[in-house]
Design a protein around this ligand. Structure first.
Ligand SMILES: [Zn+2]
Length: 284
C-alpha cells in the first residue's frame, strides 16, 4: 500500500471527528407541516398558535434538531410527541425540554424510559403528559389526532393524523421500502405490526402523505406494497415453521430470498428479518 493511502485511512477517523455535522434538510409536506430528514423521521407543525415536533432524533442530534426547528418555525418548539421509545426518536427529549418543550407520549413510553438509564438521561427526558389511547391537538387551524397502535413496532407506538392536511406521521410503523424493525423485546409483534399498517392504510387515501419513521416520504400505494411484502414474508416463514423446521433450518432455506435485493439493509438484514418472523410466529 502506498504511504499516502495508508495515511488517508489512518487519518480518516480524525477528519470525521472534526467535520461539522451535516445540515438537516427538510421537505414541506403540506402548508405548515415539515419533514426533517435526520435519523428517525422528524415531523414539525408550525403556525400562529404553537410549534409541535414529532420525535426528536438521537441525543447527539438534539442541538441540530432544535436549531433547524427554530429556523423553520421562527420560535422554540412547544410540544414534542414521541411515537415510540427508541433512542433515535426520543434521544433528544432532554434537549428539547431544556428549550421549553413539553414532551407528550403513550403511557408505555414513559414506563419503559423510567427504567432505561440510556434514555432517562436527566430532567426533561421523560414525557410529562401521557395518554393511554388517543389525544387530539387543536392548533394552527389543524386537528392532529394522536392515537395508540397496540403491540406493533413496540408496545407504546403512536401515529399522528393531520386531518385537514391529509398527512400521517406513523413513527416506525413505516420503514419505507426496507425491511421493518419489529422490536419483540419492547412489546412489538408481527401480527400487531401488520394490523397497525392496515389501520394506517384504511384511514388514508391516494393523496395521503406519510412521514416515514425511516426512509423517504411515503404514499398509500407504497405502504400497500411494503405491507404486501411483510404479509407474504410472514406466510413464507410460517409455511416452514408448520413443516416442523427449526430456526436454523429456516434461516438456511432463506425463504425471503426474493425480497433481499429490494428490502435488505444494514440494520435489518434478510437474515435478521427471517429470525424476527420465526420468533414472533412461534412465541406464545
Ligand atoms: Zn424504532
Amino acid at each position: 500500500m502506498k504511504l499516502f493511502a495508508l495515511l488517508a485511512i489512518l487519518l480518516a477517523p480524525m477528519a470525521l471527528a472534526q467535520e461539522p455535522p451535516e445540515p438537516i434538510e427538510h421537505t414541506e409536506v403540506a402548508p405548515g407541516i415539515f419533514m426533517l430528514h435526520t435519523i428517525g423521521g422528524v415531523g414539525l407543525l408550525v403556525g400562529d398558535d404553537y410549534v409541535v415536533m414529532i420525535d426528536d432524533s438521537m441525543r447527539q442530534r438534539g442541538d441540530a434538531v432544535v436549531e433547524k426547528a427554530e429556523a423553520l418555525a421562527g420560535r422554540p418548539v412547544d410540544f414534542v410527541i414521541n411515537t415510540h421509545v427508541h433512542a433515535d426518536h426520543v434521544g433528544a427529549n432532554q434537549t428539547l425540554a431544556e428549550s421549553g418543550a413539553l414532551i407528550v407520549a403513550h403511557d408505555n413510553i414513559r414506563k419503559r424510559m423510567l427504567d432505561d438509564a440510556e434514555l432517562n438521561t436527566g430532567p426533561g427526558a421523560l414525557p410529562v403528559i401521557t395518554f393511554s389511547d388517543n389525544v387530539t391537538f387543536h392548533i394552527n387551524g389543524q386537528e392532529a389526532f394522536v392515537f395508540h397502535i397496540p403491540s406493533a413496532h413496540t408496545d407504546g407506538d403512536a401515529a399522528i393524523l393531520f386531518r385537514e392536511a391529509n398527512v400521517i406521521a406513523p413513527g416506525d410503523l413505516v420503514f419505507r421500502g426496507i425491511f421493518p424493525y419489529i422490536d419483540l423485546d419492547n412489546g412489538g409483534n408481527v401480527a400487531g405490526f401488520i394490523a397497525g399498517m392496515e389501520r394506517l392504510i384504511d384511514m388514508s387515501n391516494d393523496e395521503t402523505k406519510f412521514i416515514s419513521g425511516h426512509g423517504p416520504l411515503g404514499t398509500r400505494a407504497e405502504l400497500q406494497q411494503d405491507l404486501a411484502m411483510l404479509k407474504d414474508a410472514a406466510s413464507l416463514v410460517k409455511a416452514l415453521v408448520d413443516k416442523g423446521m427449526d430456526a436454523e433450518q429456516i434461516v438456511a432455506a432463506n425463504p425471503l430470498a426474493k425480497y433481499h435485493d429490494d428490502y435488505n439493509w444494514r440494520f435489518i438484514t434478510t437474515e435478521r428479518m427471517t429470525k424476527t418472523l420465526i420468533r414472533s410466529l412461534t412465541e406464545k
